[in-house]
Design a protein around this ligand. Structure first.
Ligand SMILES: NC(=O)c1ccc[n+]([C@@H]2O[C@H](COP(=O)([O-])OP(=O)(O)OC[C@H]3O[C@@H](n4cnc5c(N)ncnc54)[C@H](O)[C@@H]3O)[C@@H](O)[C@H]2O)c1
Length: 394
């Protein structure tokens, strides 16, 4: 337990001032329980922007940031392949860590990170992922309460233009963590594990890599069995022409209102660009490049999710839970705000100030990563894959 008074804001250092960090800014700035005091980033323009906006100190490397005594906890938002080294560096320096999803690319790296967290007296949290979304949490609690009977089956579905958003080259190479598995499936896996209690046992899956110009997995379907007897079917397409947000009241993943006039925007923006120009386009959306923030008005979501229980079907929406019971239907409102991702700050503050681990620990993140690999393995072999590294809710 820390000696800091419980009401003091958690003093956070950020590593990686890119797109992931930008998506967290509204949450950080809206929540007085956290204060951004330092950042490490290689791009001078992002460091200058951070100093101007937050008044903190900046470094060009993680090591001096972790030696900064003011920093209590570190948010790591660097590319996937750097997570393992950055997390281990921060834990070794005695900092609590929030690492953006996925925990890592390889299971060996995830093992190393979980071991480093266990060997330290600090917490490792993997997030944000959409398992933190308030409607997911509300559904998980309703299921856990027993009020709607046993959970039997979950359907999670998402059609997006993910594969056509501007990318760094490695984001289109599966072995380097590219494609939809490590960046998108991981959200869906986290959501269904949160609802089903976490302990998956077996995965059967097929994947699609159908665009030779973007030669990585862009779609998958998977069937996941859980230790409690329930099962989940997950379908994701990053090739979408259809946008499943129309089934989410036209609210986007980040809680923003979707503009129907933006149809086809992602593919249009990529037309005629080579890899270098595409990476440059991604840079224009990053921190310090003048890009605007997403304005959320609703809870975040990750596509339509329906949880079938013995006495009710639960449909998760950005506004809450549509509960279809035996003889009546009701709506459980889940309020938004003041910014999205408040539960990520709850988790961070709980860990740093109260020594309380959230559901999404390092072991949790490793278990979700195991399912990403199992999906790839099952798709390649045509066989079900038994899981070995699952964990329940702590
Ligand atoms: N949870 C979400 O909604 C969400 C959304 C986007 C990205 N992310 C995650 O954020 C992570 C980064 O992805 P991104 O899209 O922001 O990529 P990005 O390329 O926009 O940002 C990565 C940043 O890391 C910086 N960086 C590179 N090497 C570094 C180093 N050694 N030390 C410090 N900074 C370094 C880069 O300069 C860049 O600004 C990924 O793991 C991704 O999964 C999460």
């Amino acid at each position: 337990m820390t000696s800091e008074p419980a009401q003091m804001p958690v003093r956070l250092g950020v590593v990686g001032l890119g797109r992931g960090f930008m998506l967290m800014i509204p949450t950080f700035t809206a929540d007085p329980r956290v204060k951004l005091v330092a950042a490490a980033a290689p791009r001078a323009e992002s460091r200058a922007a951070f100093e101007a906006e937050f008044g903190g100190r900046t470094y060009d490397d993680i090591v001096p940031l972790c030696a900064d005594p003011e920093v209590e906890a570190v948010y790591i938002a660097t590319p996937h392949q750097m997570h393992a080294d950055h997390v281990c560096t921060a834990l070794a320096a005695g900092k609590h860590v929030l690492v953006d999803k996925p925990i890592a690319i390889s299971m060996a790296d995830a093992d190393r990170m979980v071991a480093a967290a266990e060997a330290s007296s600090k917490h490792l949290i993997v997030g944000p992922s959409h398992s933190f979304d308030p409607p997911v949490e509300a559904a998980a609690r309703l299921i856990e309460s027993g009020e709607v009977g046993s959970l039997r089956m979950i359907q999670a579905f998402n059609y997006t233009d993910f594969l056509y958003r501007p990318r760094r080259p490695e984001e289109l190479r599966t072995e380097e963590g590219g494609g939809i598995l490590f960046s998108q499936a991981i959200h869906q896996i986290d959501v269904v594990r949160r609802l089903a209690g976490g302990l998956a046992t077996r995965v059967t899956a097929m994947t699609g890599a159908w665009d030779p110009a973007r030669p990585t997995e862009g779609a998958f379907s998977a069937l996941i069995a859980f230790a409690n007897g329930s099962f989940a079917s997950l379908t994701y397409s990053g090739y979408a022409h259809f946008d499943s947000d129309v089934w989410m009241d036209n609210v986007g993943e980040l809680g923003q209102r979707k503009d129907p006039a933006a149809y086809g925007k992602a593919r249009r923006a990529l037309q005629g660009l080579d890899a270098e120009a595409e990476a440059a386009l991604k840079q224009t959306r990053t921190y310090g490049s003048g890009a605007g923030l997403i304005e959320a008005e609703n809870n975040e979501h990750f596509g339509p999710v329906i949880a079938l229980c013995d006495r009710a079907d639960l449909r998760l929406t950005p506004a809450g839970l549509d509960v279809f019971g035996d003889i009546e239907r009701r709506f459980v409102e889940v309020p938004f705000g003041p910014a999205p991702r408040g539960p990520v700050i709850d988790a961070l503050v709980g860990a740093v100030r109260e020594d309380r681990a959230p559901a999404q620990t390092g072991a949790w993140g490793r278990a979700s990563l195991e399912i990403c690999h199992a999906i790839l393995e099952s798709a390649a072999s045509g066989q079900p894959v038994d899981l070995q590294r699952q964990c329940g809710i702590t």
